[in-house]
Write a protein that binds this ligand. Structure first.
Ligand code: GDP
Length: 384
């Protein structure tokens, strides 16, 4: 019996010891290697994006965005005085047929009749016109000996002064912007579509704004769908309002409304863009004549500026003659003198119409319209 109790006690002790060992080993076991353990590195990577710049960048972006609304809403156009000097080089690159003619005249060993004929032909091809070409050739012939070049420097000086005389620095090229008390000055801009008329009105608004004038635009070219929109965009850039009618509206009534509004709000100048459909001379005369007459019920038209594309040469001259017959042109705007134009047209158009070139367009940039400067022009076409 005693042995029985001893065995029972030993088994009991063994059971208790086993239970203790199992309990202990359970507590010490490392976590079972399972999927969680394999994916373990992820949580280590996860903080990385969390610590990336966005959290920092965001507050920065907020502070950078804020000042933007204070950026001025309108452009500050370039002062007209500095424009010609800036743009003069564009004349040299395109219009130096006259300089080329002189260069080839001075480079020959012996100037004979054939040389003079070539010289004259080059001058005519530069759109100078026959009369001015003859005058210029005669003046130069006097300066150069029949046996050859007497003094190239002197010849260049003669060409410069003769050209200047032909361009006529004595002409009054200022815009007539004086108007009766309480009325705006009115400038009508006419010309065939495609010559750069609407662009010129937009650029001219900038010239006037740069001279501290208040301006209103009248979009009386109601035939070309995009013209009014184009004009309004030009105006907006310099804080100038545009009066426009519906597409196909009567141009005269839009022009009248513009001038009436200009009087009402007291602007200095109203610029009126017109349609330039050269369908028939009679049609054109009726249209432009009517626009002018209707405007003048409100305020006198001080300037009628004719826009001509200088690259069109003799075609441009034909347009000039027709417009001059149907409306009283007071000034010429020659556009695209930066292109393939030959500068001689300045002389020819002034001679034929007896009206000065007042402004020239020398590029597609917003401030590439400049008051015409005879000395700068001559220097430009001589490539100086
Ligand atoms: P409109 O139909 O007479 O009103 O002509 P736009 O004003 O629409 O101009 C016709 C095109 O001539 C446009 O592409 C203008 O940018 C361009 N243009 C106008 N003036 C000048 C200029 O002086 N130089 C050059 N290179 N392009 C010009």
């Amino acid at each position: 019996m005693e042995i029985f109790w001893v065995i029972v006690a030993l088994v009991g002790v063994a059971l208790i010891a086993a239970a203790i060992i199992i309990a202990r080993s359970n507590r010490q076991l490392p976590p079972a290697p399972g999927p969680e353990a394999i994916e373990g590195p992820e949580p280590a990577e996860a903080p990385e994006p969390a610590s990336k710049p966005p959290a920092e960048a965001e507050p920065k972006a907020e502070t950078e965005v804020e000042p933007e609304p204070s950026v001025p809403a309108v452009d500050v156009p370039e002062a007209p005085k500095s424009r010609f000097a800036r743009l003069r080089r564009r004349l040299a690159s395109s219009n130096n047929a006259l300089a080329r003619a002189l260069g080839s005249l001075l480079s020959v060993d012996r100037i004979d009749e054939e040389t003079w004929d070539d010289f004259e032909a080059t001058l005519i091809s530069s759109d100078l016109g026959v009369g001015p070409t003859t005058e210029l050739t005669e003046a130069l012939r006097k300066e150069l000996s029949i046996d050859g070049v007497s003094d190239p420097g002197r010849a260049r000086e003669v060409l410069r002064s003769e050209l200047l005389r032909l361009v006529d620095p004595s002409m009054d090229r200022s815009l007539k912007l004086d108007s009766p008390e309480g009325q705006p000055a009115v400038v009508m801009v006419v010309g065939v579509n495609g010559t750069g008329k609407t662009t010129t009105v937009g650029k001219l608004a900038r010239v006037l704004v740069a001279e501290d004038k208040t301006v209103l635009l009248g979009a009386a070219d109601t035939f070309r769908a995009a013209a009014a929109e184009q004009l309004a965009t030009w105006g907006e850039r310099v804080g100038v309002e545009t009066v426009r009618g519906d597409e196909g509206a009567d141009p005269a009534s839009v022009a009248f409304d513009a001038v009436a509004k200009g009087s009402e709000i007291g602007v200095d100048v109203v610029l009126v863009d017109t349609a330039g459909r050269l369908h028939t001379k009679v049609g054109l005369m009726d249209e432009l004549g009517k626009v002018k007459r209707v405007i003048e019920k409100k305020a006198p038209v001080g300037e009628v500026l004719l826009v001509l594309d200088a690259t069109t040469g003799q075609n441009g001259m034909t347009q000039a003659r027709i417009f001059a017959e149907v409306v009283d042109v007071t000034g010429i705007v020659l556009t695209k003198l930066d292109g393939s134009a030959k500068g001689g047209i300045v002389v020819q158009v002034q001679r034929e119409l007896g009206v000065p070139v007042k402004l020239i367009g020398l590029g597609e940039g917003v401030d590439d319209l400049a008051p015409f400067d005879p000395e700068g022009f001559v220097a430009g076409i001589l490539g100086e």
